[in-house]
Design a protein around this ligand. Sequence first.
Ligand code: KG4
Ligand code: ZN
Length: 357
Amino acid sequence: MLVLGIETSCDETAAAVVRDGNTIRSSIISSQIELHRPFGGVVPELASREHLAKIESIVQEALDKAHIAIDDINAIAVTNGPGLVGALLVGVCYAKALAYGLGIPLIGVNHIEGHFYSVTFENPPIEYPALALIVSGGHTNLFFVPEEGKYKLVSRTRDDAAGEAFDKVAKMLGLGYPGGPAIERLALEGDAKKARFPIAKISDGRPDFSFSGLKTAVARFLRENDLTPANDGGATSQWAKDVAAGVQESIVRSLVQTMEKAARELAPHTLIVSGGVACNLALRSAAEKAANRLGLPVYFPSNHLSTDNAAMIAAAGTAKLDAGQRSGLDLTADITLRLQNLESEDSELKRRARYKL
Ligand code: KG4
Ligand code: ZN
């Protein structure tokens, strides 16, 4: 089965052709990083306009690269949430029109579920139950997945996502956007012991993450040590490298510690770490060490598949199509789309804690 995947949830216009859910025939990603860089983050209106300008040529490029005519496509999978509403709508409307015109099935895919499926291409098949840490610029979630398509949310962030924390600290250090890769580069020459940042403890005892305190801690560190990126050599100075190393260490420790503890309780057969932050080598190495201690395999996507792409959307879509699911032409963008479909404690939690995501 040949599935065309389409992803436009944030700042990448992406299209891919995937065979049988596990073989990439083509995967094209047009990044908008340069467009948003002057603003230090994604500008939603610019993102939607750019998707609109690019979508047709990116889909054509994916078909050409796969040496496939549009009529050979069996189904279309498209991200319909969560994400930026205007950006999502471009992909959803395009996919609906194409599926209708071709008379083929359409399936809407949750972007986070796409990140889960990003490991299916370059790893052995996932053995369930699985425990998946999905860390990106917009999300930080730990899911227990007892069987394909069933998701129980174990931990999530109470405030900023891990990638967002990397991006915000990078901004404070005068580094560019996106911040994760810049922090990782700097951290290689830094000493985390010289700039220690604690892991936030959640007062109600839930195994959740919290990263917003890191910004305040870094701001205090800079103030107390009389450091200003602009006047003090900024990104190239030793203190900035130490701060980068300290911040990375704190984020990675928080993520991996929580995953390891959950794995001991839930006894999964496979660990998965995916999403843009999974590009981070310190995170990969810490997760590998934890997996060794647990005696479990850990799957990562390659860098191309870690950040937003359409191959992962096609893979997730194929699994849904195989399970008999289809979306109608009433499919629309849903920025509140949730992945958890098992034992959600949401209503109780909403009363006690305010979640951003
Ligand atoms: O999955 P993604 O492309 O987009 C979202 O769905 O958010 O993730 C982008 C995020 C950004 O916050 C970026 O700073 C972070 O992933 N990121 C990294 C690294 N590469 C990308 N964070 C830490 N280390 C990296 N090497
Ligand atoms: Zn993403």
